[in-house]
Design a protein around this ligand. Structure first.
Ligand code: IMP
Length: 197
């Protein structure tokens, strides 16, 4: 089984990548150095891909410092974009979740509730960098619902879902089938397959 190193401190993201990749024959492992997740500095920018590219640049330097440059490395950056609040929380999704939480987002919204998630997944193949984008359209729920998932999952209802469940009310496989991350990672998997990785 081939190994894909994933540089992330988010257990939810890691679990989703493992669920998606393991049936396809890839073992997704958290990238650690001496048992620690390395600290990565995120640039101030309003573009998810720029953030993810800055993360992979630092990750590749770390691989090089470990003499592991030929190994693959995955980073990803995701954000929730709410139409009624242009570019918000967007690249500030992590900070906004920590400060006002899902309850705070619900308090800001009226009737206009459409939103989308975006993921920029960036892969170091051992030789080059490849970018994969995934998008999921949906809307913000009227109240918090569901116990599964992480982050904004309890308030996001994907459009592909005809019974109005939030991501947090779905099994992980069902979320991944339509989610921003699932789409970006399936594109990444197709790339790996086509390129004989
Ligand atoms: P980042 O990609 O780790 O910077 O994520 C930004 C914020 O969005 C974090 O607070 C995450 O918890 C949240 N987030 C990222 N992906 C998802 C998701 O799939 N569902 C819900 N929240 C997410």
């Amino acid at each position: 089984m081939a190994t894909l190193n994933f540089l992330t401190g988010n257990a939810g993201k890691l679990a989703e990548a493992q669920t998606l990749f393991s049936p396809l024959g890839w073992d997704v492992q958290r990238f650690e150095i001496e048992g620690e997740i390395p600290e990565i500095i995120e640039p101030q920018t309003d573009n998810l891909t720029t953030v993810a590219l800055a993360k992979i640049a630092q990750g590749v330097e770390l691989l090089a410092s470990q003499g592991r440059l030929q190994e693959s490395l995955l980073v990803e950056d995701s954000g929730l974009f709410i139409d009624a609040l242009p570019e918000f929380p967007g690249v500030y999704s992590a900070h906004v979740l920590q400060s006002i939480g899902c309850e705070g987002i619900l308090r800001l919204l009226d009737d206009e509730r459409s939103a989308h998630f975006l993921t920029a997944a960036v892969l170091w193949t051992g030789e080059a960098v490849e970018v994969f984008i995934g998008r999921c359209d949906g809307k913000i729920a009227m109240k918090i619902r569901g116990d599964d998932g992480f982050g904004y999952d309890p308030i996001f209802i994907p459009d592909s879902n005809d019974d109005d469940r939030t991501f947090a009310e779905m099994p992980q496989e069902e979320k991944s089938a339509c989610s921003h991350r699932g789409r970006a990672l399936r594109a990444l998997y197709d790339f790996l397959n086509e390129n004989g990785a």
